[in-house]
Design a protein around this ligand. Sequence first.
Ligand SMILES: CSC[C@H]1O[C@@H](n2cnc3c(O)ncnc32)[C@H](O)[C@@H]1O
Ligand code: ZN
Length: 439
Amino acid sequence: MNTLCVTGGRALRPDGRVERADVVIDRDAGTIRAVGAPNEVADATDAATETLDAEGSLVIPGLVNAHTHVAMTLLRGYADDKPLDAWLREDIWPVEAELTPDDVEAGAELGVVEMIRSGTTAFADMYFAVDRVADVVDRAGLRARLGHGAVTVGKDDAAAAADVEESLAVAAELDGAADGRIRTAFMPHSLTTVGEEFLREGVDEAREAGVPIHLHANETTDEVDPIVDEGGQRPIEYADDIGVLGPEDFFAHGVHVDGAEIDLLAESGTAVVHCPASNMKLASGMAPVQRMRDAGVTVALGTDGAASNNDLDLFDEMRDAAMVGKLAAEDASAVPAEAVVEMATAAGADALGLPGGRIAEGAAADLAVVDLDAPHLTPVHDLVSHLAYAASGHDVRHTVCDGEVLMRDRDVLTLDVEAVRERAAEAAAGVVARAEDAG
Ligand SMILES: CSC[C@H]1O[C@@H](n2cnc3c(O)ncnc32)[C@H](O)[C@@H]1O
Ligand SMILES: [Zn+2]
C-alpha cells in the first residue's frame, strides 16, 4: 500500500464545516481513502505511510483556476490601465504574435509554479502551443483542461478554418494525457472573434466528438452590443442558437448577462467562470454573481491571464469575488465567504468536469494545506472567513495533486523554481524585443 497521511490539522469538509481531521490518501489510486480523527483513520494507514505535517494548519481542497492563459505570465506588467479591446489590439495581440512554442513553455512553467505555490491544483487554459502547456502540466503534476484558442476575425477563410480545425485536433490529441490529468475542450476565443459559420461548424464537430466547449462571453458592452445590433439576439441567446450551451460547457466572464440569459445558462447547465480581478482591471463591469447563483448557475472562479490580474492567486480571486459581488448586488450579504470558497473549489471542479474540489472519502486527492500560524490569521473566529478575506497564496504550506506532493513546506518538488524564473525572464525579454523590432 502506498499511503500518504496529512496529519495533525483541521479539514474543511464539503458542507463547510471545519473539523479536526487527518486525511489519508491512497497514492496509487490518487484518491482520499479516509478523513477523520486519528483514531478513526488508523485502520487506513500502515507502517509504510508517509506523512505531511498539518499541525496548526487547515487542509482545504486544491483550488481550481477555471479560466486562465497561463503563459501570459510572460506579459505580466507589460501593458496596464486600458480597456479590453484596446489592450488586446494595441498591446497584447502584437506581442503574442512574436511568441514561440519555447516562450509559451517558459511562461507556462512560471504560471504553474505560481499556482502550485498558492494552492491551485487544477486549471483551465486557453492559448497557443498547447502541446507545450500540456508538457508542463505533465511534469508539474497538476490537472488541467486545455485548449487551443481559435480566432477567425481578420483571417482569410482558409486560415480561419485551419485555426478552428487546430482547436478541434488539439482537443482530440491531448485528451487523457499526463495519466488522465489532462482533459481538453474546443476553445473558440469568443462569440465575436470567431465568425458564425466557423463557430457553427466547430461546435457541430465538437458535439460529435463529445468535447466540451469553452469561450469568453458577455465580457464587455463593446462585445455584447454588436451581437445585439447585428442579430437582434443577446449573446447567450445567439450561443444557444448555435448550440454552444450545455452541461459540460463553461464560459469565461458572464459580466453583462440579463435575466433571460441567466435563465438560459441555468437551464442548459452551462457554467460561468467569474474573473473579478480581470473584470475590475479592464473596467469590464461587475458580474451579477449572486443573481446567477440564485438562478442555479454553476459559478466558478478564474484569474484570467496574469497580464490582466496581475497574479494567479485564487485567494485574491475569492476576496475580490466576495467584495465586488456585494457591490454589484448592493447588498453586503451577497456572495458571502462560504460561497466564494465553494466557487474556488467544488464549483470549479464541476465547471471543468475534473475530479477534486472536496475533502471527502473517495474524492481525488487534490488538496492544499494552509498555515494558520500567522498574525494576519489571528484570532480564529471563522476559518471560512479567513480563507475568503484574510489568507493569501503565501500562506499555503503544502500542495498535493492526484496523491502526489507537489510542494512540501513551500519547496516546489516538481519544477526548479529558480531555473523557471530565469528561463521566463529571458523569454519575456526576447519576445518584447522582437515585438518592438516588428512594431
Ligand atoms: C486565442 S488564445 C486566448 C487569447 O485570449 C486573450 N485574452 C486574454 N485575456 C482576455 C480577456 O479578458 N478577454 C478576451 N481575451 C483575452 C489572450 O491574450 C489570447 O490572445
Ligand atoms: Zn481570458
